[in-house]
Design a protein. Sequence first.
Length: 261
Amino acid sequence: MKKVLAAICFVLFCHGFAFAAHPLITDDTGTQGEGKFQLEINGEVTHDKETTDGVTTKEKGGEAAAAISYGITDDIDVVIGVPYQWKEVKEDDAVASDNDGISDVSIELKWRFFERDGFSFGLKPAVILPTGDENKGLGNGKASYGATFIATKEAEPLTFHLNLAYTRNEYKLQEDEAANRKDIWHASLAMEAEIIENLRAVGNIGIEKNPDKASNTDPAFILAGIIYSVTEDFDIDLGVKTGLNKPETDYSILAGIALRF
């Protein structure tokens, strides 16, 4: 809890910076509008346990992230995200590693290039800066890049989102480059449903190429959560994400707030 509070205080102090409609992993085509901002502060706590060759490995970790979006035009946002991560790894109850700190900062440009009859399409290229300490497992050590294709369909009271993404990871450490794949593909689908006024239920499912060269099983997840709009410009959210196979983290608890101004 102390690490969570410290991380949130840090990103607030730094005016850190915004992602998909939390707790969803899948992004939507929505933008802020010219001259408008959105500040998001999100937290995630993760737990994972695996037994291999008689050794039980337990991982506890999480992330506190801040992100800010700014509307350059009505259809184009620039988004900057600053994550703070921590992770403790135990092998047969002995601490193998325990690290925390700023991870790699992302800069994204979100462009909604088509909108008609409830359908909209967007493209979000991104650059990932090597701000995390690669020696602690908090970053890649080199700049990486990627892009996400986004599709949204509105059919009240339901809204659907589809993401198809590609990331090219570059690594500074030779051991990281030897152990990890560089080309990562991601596909995910999300749904939002208005339950009552100002309260939405959300669901998410997705799969991503496993970066670990030692595994040919791609991690897959499923997520459920809620988003409550306290006001038109202030949301709070809560979600639970679970793994659908062994490579994915067993479960995560997610929570966040979003403020538009």
